[in-house]
Design a protein around this ligand. Structure first.
Ligand code: BDP
Length: 700
């Protein structure tokens, strides 16, 4: 098992009774409609049923037997039109679906009905998921519709095929053989995405190469768009703001210059001529060295609107990232909010602001970005990271479903209690014209897409939550394990625990209690809480932890940067008061005395040490649990994960010892007796920063 099929393995149902029942319920298929998507459905179903039920399912022109699966829209299928489904179909909208048992012409059937062929495809994937996870489908009733409009993945893929923050090989886009060679892998990519409801992909790095907008790359993109279309996936590209100069030959990229406007409009016309359902542009501007409107004294809204205008008549959108921070500011936490809130109302309504879940950068734990709940008149979407830039690349097991859930469930209080981030981005809190979620995917051409087999679970969880942010990380992990490994409870129970604990373990051995960004500069793999001398202070670790003899943590109250004021009440008051600040976020908001008494009765110093040690213990427990399932899954993936957990344990110890020894130089307090002592001194760990092998690709 090489992991290529990911969660679409369609292995034979192992429970005989269930297998018999499924075979009775799915004896034949009547699939209505004649489109690329219905053909994709046919291929998928044949493959799935052959695998799951070990039989070839016949496709009939009309219902002839009990146990027929009837698939169609009211337009394409008389059978569906004849059912009393109008209301149900209205509630599921363009992309949703209904799966139900129905008696048609005296036959017992399972019906998958939708308003569009894409809805049918999603319904088919759902039904197959029911089979893969051994659910009872004898009395099935599922009504499902996505809660956000754009369910997008972002690839930070360079045209060279190096993937920024990608840990699974080269880019899957083989630009060199496109447009001539249509790699079947592109279709498998589309299938995996469609199976979890993803409907948009931005194919190139946000640190964008302007050549993406040239004819040769657009011709390549046409092929990808054609291959993704049957699966309901729209393509987007990241653009470089200077493109009017670098590839357009103009002498300015000023968004208010009429020639620049015309250039973008013509470019958009050209792209839509080639790809009529092109999604639009994704933009990183005036951030980390990327060009943007600031060079011309224009703000982000002026910068975004010229692009929005260009794609507007074609139904396109511009996704403008809010990831901005400058070294001059006192607190990076504040910046995106300070920059964008004054512009609320100035963006065109086909602009969507893409905001990372936390105010800094995909850290193991961040409070939610206060921009969620602050932009009443600007479509605002959420950006999450699927790739594990800050979670041990493709070497550590760190299921992100729990992080995504925490971000989506965070209450912004924008309109009183119950205005979660999920509610904001789905347009429930403010009346957004467009809604969306983006996940930075960064898979590569490794056979199993993600390197660590468990990074696939982040991709899966992201898609499922983008479809429905009210799902729980727990149930998603359960589905994913069953589809990816086995339904055997002896596997599901312990490994479910491993998954659910893994992210917390990663927080504990790296940056517990609200510490953040203690990484070695550049690659972001190992620890370097001591980094202090860099060209930008906001790239150093000391900027974030502010440890001194008194204590540790970033004061964001009124005596510090006062970033807490960006939150709505009652959160603001809650975070201002050290006593009511949740301990998980303590050092995000307060500079805390080493002897401050924590809920456990331990001092802050003791608690910090306790958490670092706990993180390592958690990884050791994960190892034990993994070792206990040997024999229940294929040996190939078993051995690989086992070895990766050994690496993770070593890394966790290095993180713990580096941080505890380093912070001890400030606290001047002992490591409590019950804990094993670090094997080496601080100097040794510091020396590792520059000598230890980091399996990181060059990413620029
Ligand atoms: C940071 C990454 C960097 C990205 C940047 C971004 O370290 O590689 O370019 O985010 O989101 O997390 O633009």
């Amino acid at each position: 098992e090489d992991g290529y099929r990911a969660w679409l393995r369609y292995e034979n149902v192992e429970d005989d009774e269930l297998l018999y029942e499924y075979k009775e319920l799915v004896r034949a298929v009547v699939l209505r409609g004649n489109s690329e998507t219905t053909r994709a459905i046919e291929v998928e179903l044949k493959q799935a049923i052959t695998g799951l039920l070990d039989m070839e399912v016949p496709f009939h022109n009309n219902i002839q037997v009990n146990g027929t699966l009837v698939i169609g829209t009211p337009e394409t299928s008389e059978e569906i039109a004849g059912l009393d489904f109008a209301n149900k179909l209205e509630t599921v909208g363009d992309e949703g679906y209904v799966i139900e048992n129905a008696g048609i012409d005296g036959y017992e059937t399972i019906v998958i009905a939708a308003n569009s062929n894409i809805g049918l495809l999603y319904g088919v994937f759902d039904l197959m998921r029911q089979l893969q996870t051994y659910e009872d489908i004898s009395d099935i009733s599922i009504h499902s519709a996505p809660k956000v409009e754009y369910r997008m993945v972002n690839h930070w893929d360079n045209l060279s095929r190096l993937v920024e923050r990608g840990y699974a090989g080269l880019s899957i886009w083989d630009w060199g053989t496109l447009p001539e060679y249509k790699d079947p892998r592109y279709t498998d990519y589309a299938r995996l995405n469609a199976s979890i409801g993803i409907n948009a992909t931005a194919v190139n790095n946000v640190n964008a190469d302007p050549r993406m907008l040239t004819d040769q790359f657009l011709e390549k993109l046409v092929v990808l768009a054609d291959m993704f279309r049957p699966y309901g996936i729209q393509v987007f590209i990241s653009i470089n703001y200077q493109a009017p100069i670098s590839v357009g030959g103009l002498d300015t990229a000023d968004p208010l210059d009429p020639e620049v406007r015309k250039w973008w409009a013509d470019k958009a016309d050209q792209i839509y001529e080639m790809i009529p359902d092109f999604g639009g542009f994704l933009v990183k501007a005036d951030s980390e060295g990327q060009p943007g409107p600031f060079a011309y004294d224009r703000n982000h809204a002026e910068g975004a609107n010229v692009l929005a205008e260009a794609v507007e008549s074609h139904g396109g959108v511009v996704i403008w990232r809010a990831f901005v921070y400058s070294p001059e500011q006192e607190d990076r936490f504040r910046e995106a909010y300070d920059e964008f809130v004054p512009l609320d109302g100035d963006f065109k309504d086909n602009v969507i602001l893409q905001v990372k879940n936390g105010p800094i950068d995909f850290q193991p734990r961040e409070p939610f970005s206060p921009l969620f709940g602050a932009m009443e008149e600007t479509n605002t979407m959420l950006e999450l990271q699927i790739t594990q830039e800050y979670f041990g690349f493709s070497y550590h097991l760190a299921y992100q479903g729990t992080l995504f859930e925490e971000a989506l469930d965070a209450d912004t209080y924008a309109k009183g209690e119950g205005s979660t981030v999920g509610d904001v981005i789905s347009g429930e809190v403010f009346d957004y014209k467009h809604t969306g979620m983006a996940g930075v995917l960064n898979i590569g051409n490794y056979r199993n897409w993600t390197g660590h087999p468990f990074v696939q679970s982040n991709w899966y969880a992201y898609g499922r939550l983008a479809w429905d942010y009210t799902l729980s990380a727990d149930e998603i992990a359960d589905e994913w394990m069953k589809m990816t490994f086995t339904n055997n409870e002896q596997f599901i129970d312990p490994i479910g625990d491993v998954m659910m604990e893994s992210r917390e373990a990663g927080v504990n051995y790296r940056s517990p209690l609200g510490l953040t960004h203690l990484y070695a500069q550049g690659h972001h793999y190992g620890p370097a809480p001591w980094t202090s001398d860099l060209p930008r202070s906001d790239w150093t670790a000391v900027y974030y932890h502010k440890a001194d003899e008194e204590g540790i943590g970033f004061d964001r109250t009124e005596t510090g940067s006062n970033a807490i004021e960006q939150y709505h009440e009652p959160l603001e008051s809650k975070f201002r008061n050290i006593e009511t600040t949740p301990e998980d976020y303590l050092l995000w908001f307060h500079h805390v005395d080493w002897d401050y008494e924590m809920d456990s009765g331990r001092t802050l110093w003791e608690e910090l040490v306790h958490n670092y040690y706990k993180g390592v213990e958690q990884v050791r427990r994960m190892q034990d649990q993994w070792n206990s399932i040997e024999g229940l899954i294929d040996q190939q993936r078993f051995e690989r994960v086992k070895a990766l957990l050994e690496i993770q344990e070593k890394d966790a110890v290095r993180w713990r010892d580096s941080c505890v020894l380093y912070f001890q130089t400030f606290s001047e307090r002992p490591i409590p007796d019950q804990f094993e002592k670090p094997e080496h001194d601080l100097e040794y760990y510091k020396s590792l920063e520059n000598t230890i092998y980091i399996p990181s690709p060059r990413y620029d």
